[in-house]
Write a protein that binds this ligand. Structure first.
Ligand code: ATP
Length: 475
């Protein structure tokens, strides 16, 4: 069974990253109205209401609210969430033609287009601020301005990309957001309708998105990953009048050229191999090597390009001074990382010295392998692959995963340190679970070596299939 998310933690993080002005709402359909009485802090309306009023009470008044069919003012609202059918006067278009459309024919069309939660399965609805963990919601409702909403869309699309559908039947935006999301199991975005602005107090700039509860973790993970890449809200401006080249990731420019250089004359399958500290990357990479996958060690290249006598080391000393050298003339890596730690400008400067020769070294090694073996499946071990955002260099990524508990134990055992020290080291790193979203393949290294070897064998077969299908032009 899937663990229930900690809604409080998730909501707090999301509210901060999106800087939301109203609370994300937990929305749940109840099979029996008696369930309303079991929800903590439940307030039932003491007069007839619309669904948009209930939404407003939850997201702006911070209330937990619920209703059954008898609490609603007229048939439209409960019919959209499956609590009642619509009367004949709605079906034949009369109701819509009073205000919203010119003819009954238009009214019929509009009514027929409105998505509704199937009738007969539910007796009541409950809404509450998600942050209180009030109940396990079916869907989560988020109100935000278009810029915040774009960030949310980007986040949902970050892994397992899908086009975001946008719908608008016109009046009854609750149907476009809530009912459509409920029925399809996909996030659904819409513009709050006139009624929701008048009675639900949606603001001029508000958009609404309904998200299946089970997609909320994915949304937050995507947002965290984008945050680390500098994609944040509020969105910073880049000068309209200036050369904005430096504002883009360095790799946007010349990407084609770079990819061509990596491929050289051959057609290697480049597999990025990563994981967390002591998760078993070396162990797994040896197993792949035994199966025939040559290995390129990115860390080794990174160390080689700053050895004494290299142009990169000369540039580093020129810029940062001799303080970054040890007495034997070798680079004092610890000192240098202290200097660039938390100083993005200095780090960028350092990278401008080291990245070109690292890439050059990487391309050279790929070419040396492909001269001998044009279709090689090359594993490239990069411990900080995700942190350094190097995914684009590889055809697929293999993550060597273990649970944080096992990771702490193995790190402590291997490095002869206490479990507290090991746990602190892990805290300073990107959690290994966050890396999974980037993986083409995950090898679970929690069990013994036999279990790992079996998985490596199976991934190896998949990689071979992948490589064959690329050569056949299928992929
Ligand atoms: P680092 O991040 O420090 O480079 P790593 O990810 O390469 O580490 P390994 O060195 O392969 O990790 O493994 C870490 C420790 O865990 C080693 O002592 C290794 O022998 C042990 N280990 C790896 N896999 C298993 C396993 N399946 N069962 C038991 N111990 C394992």
């Amino acid at each position: 069974m899937q663990a229930q998310p900690n809604w409080e933690k998730l909501t707090q993080r999301l509210e901060r990253l999106m800087r939301l002005k109203s609370f994300p709402i937990a929305f749940k359909m109840l099979r029996e109205k008696a369930e309303l009485d079991t929800i903590p802090f439940m307030r039932r309306p003491d007069h007839k209401v619309t669904l948009c009023q209930l939404i407003n009470l939850a997201r702006n008044f911070d209330w937990t609210v619920g209703a059954d069919v008898d609490d609603f003012l007229f048939a439209s609202c409960p019919s959209i969430i499956g609590l009642s059918d619509i009367p004949e006067s709605h079906k034949d278009g009369s109701f819509r033609s009073i205000v919203w459309v010119a003819t009954k024919e238009d009214g019929r069309k509009c009514e027929a287009s409105i998505p509704r939660i199937p009738l007969g399965e539910y007796e009541a609805v409950a809404l509450a601020p998600l942050v209180y963990n009030p109940f396990e919601p079916d869907i989560v409702l988020i109100y935000a301005n278009p810029a915040q909403m774009m960030l949310l869309i980007n986040s949902l699309q970050f892994s397992r990309y899908e086009v975001m559908q946008f719908f608008c039947v016109g009046e009854s935006s609750c149907s476009d957001a809530i009912a459509r999301c409920f029925n399809t199991g996909k996030p659904s975005l819409s513009i709050p309708c006139y009624g929701e602005r008048r009675y639900g107090h949606a603001q001029d700039e508000d958009l609404v998105m309904a998200i299946p509860a089970e997609s909320m973790g994915k949304a937050l993970q995507g947002m965290e990953a984008l945050y680390r890449r500098g994609v944040r809200y509020p969105i910073s401006y880049a000068g309209a009048e200036a050369d904005i080249t430096p504002q883009f990731p360095a790799t946007y420019k010349g990407l084609e050229e770079m990819m061509e250089k990596i491929r050289g004359e051959g057609n290697p399958l480049l597999v990025g191999l990563t994981g967390g500290i002591a998760s078993g990357k070396t162990t797994v990479s040896k197993m792949f090597q035994e199966l025939g996958a040559p290995i390129i060690d990115f860390d080794l290249i990174a160390r080689q390009v700053v050895e004494p006598g290299t142009p990169a080391l000369a540039k580093i000393v020129d810029h940062f001074g001799r303080q970054v050298l040890q007495s034997d003339g070798r680079l004092d890596r610890k000192k240098l990382s202290q200097i660039v730690f938390r100083d993005i400008e200095k780090r960028k400067k350092l990278e401008s010295f080291t990245h070109p020769p690292i890439y050059e070294g990487f391309f050279n090694q790929v070419n040396e392998i492909t001269v001998r073996q044009p279709d090689a499946i090359i594993q490239v071990a990069v411990p900080l692959l995700i942190e350094l955002n190097l995914q684009y260099l590889f055809d697929t990524i293999v993550i060597v995963h273990i649970s944080p508990e096992e990771q702490t134990k193995r790190l402590a055992r291997r490095d002869s340190i206490s479990t507290e020290e090991a746990a602190n080291m892990l805290k300073a790193q990107l959690p290994i679970d966050d890396k999974k979203a980037f993986a083409g393949f995950v090898i679970n290294n929690d069990q013994g070596l036999d279990s790992t070897r079996k998985q490596v064998q199976s991934v190896w077969e998949d990689l071979n299939r992948l490589q064959r299908s690329r050569s056949d032009g299928i992929f």
